[in-house]
Design a protein around this ligand. Structure first.
Ligand code: ADP
Length: 256
């Protein structure tokens, strides 16, 4: 009986050890896979603007007989791709630092309603250029302890998307309300909307709904991933609601 009991005990101990070791290894394996995917996606995304810059620069060098207009077109393409790369690298750095917990929020007392108004004012010109009405309404004052620069980045990303994905003649509406313990911002647009298949992935790094269209718009696919990180690091939430061709609504909740 003793021998039998000992044997059973040994089998249970081995099984438990195996199970626990495996459980501990799974998150490491998943995070390693995620890192590898991130590096491979980042390299892929950087390769496209780089090859455009390379090809266009070669064309400029090899054709001294080009007209000024032809040269200007090539130079402006190089510049556009360089700007895109710089935006991508900026986003990649933010995410890499946030992954390794090197990015700390710089919290201080702020007036959130003022930040909302500043961001709306900043995006007004862009909306006007696209023939879009940008309308905002906010409670005031909304005192909060938060990282002002990061909240700016969060709101500008969401507003920029709303304007980017709304055709001429559309409306973008921003409403900010103060509750007992939180502030809630809703950004609603009358744009192209997001299909049900795309909606669960919009916060994924490098995910772009309609690749051709968003690349033309200069998107990097990192904006919402960073926006989610900012909202969550503040103890808040961000959520999107949309139907294809029926516009999009973004809800952000931030604790005061
Ligand atoms: P991007 O740089 O491509 O805009 P984001 O991370 O900001 O990247 O957004 C991811 C994807 O979510 C976009 O490519 C787009 O397909 C979709 N999206 C985000 N906001 C909107 C919006 N207001 N209307 C329609 N689609 C949106």
């Amino acid at each position: 009986i003793l021998l039998f009991g000992g044997l059973i005990g040994l089998i249970v101990a081995i099984a438990a050890g195996y199970y626990l070791a495996n459980r501990a290894l799974i998150p490491i394996r998943i995070s390693l896979e995620k890192q590898q995917q991130f590096v491979s996606d980042a390299s892929h995304e950087l390769r496209t603007p780089l090859s455009v810059i390379q090809v266009h620069s070669e064309l400029l060098l090899r054709h001294p007989d080009h007209t000024i207009e032809q040269d200007s077109k090539l130079i402006s393409n190089v510049l556009q791709e360089a700007k895109r790369m710089s935006k991508l690298v900026g986003g990649l750095l933010t995410l890499a630092r946030s992954d390794s917990n090197q990015l700390e929020l710089e919290r201080k007392p702020i007036q959130f309603d003022r930040i909302v108004q500043e961001c709306v004012a900043k995006m007004h010109m862009l909306a006007e250029l696209k023939g879009i009405i940008l309308h905002s309404e906010t409670d005031s004052p909304i005192p909060m302890v938060a990282d002002e620069e990061r909240l700016h980045q969060l709101l500008v990303t969401v507003l920029d998307n709303a304007i980017k994905y709304t055709p001429e003649g559309g409306i973008v509406r921003v409403v900010c309300r103060k509750f007992a313990h939180s502030a809630q911002i809703e950004v609603e647009d009358t744009g192209v909307g997001i299909s049900p298949e795309d909606l669960p992935h919009v916060f994924d790094r490098f995910y772009r709904g309609d690749k051709a269209r968003t690349r033309q718009e200069g998107g990097t696919g990192l904006g919402l991933a960073i926006a989610k990180w900012i909202a969550e690091r503040h103890g808040g939430k961000i959520r999107l609601d949309s139907k294809r061709s029926n516009g999009t609504r973004v809800f952000i909740t931030l604790p005061l």
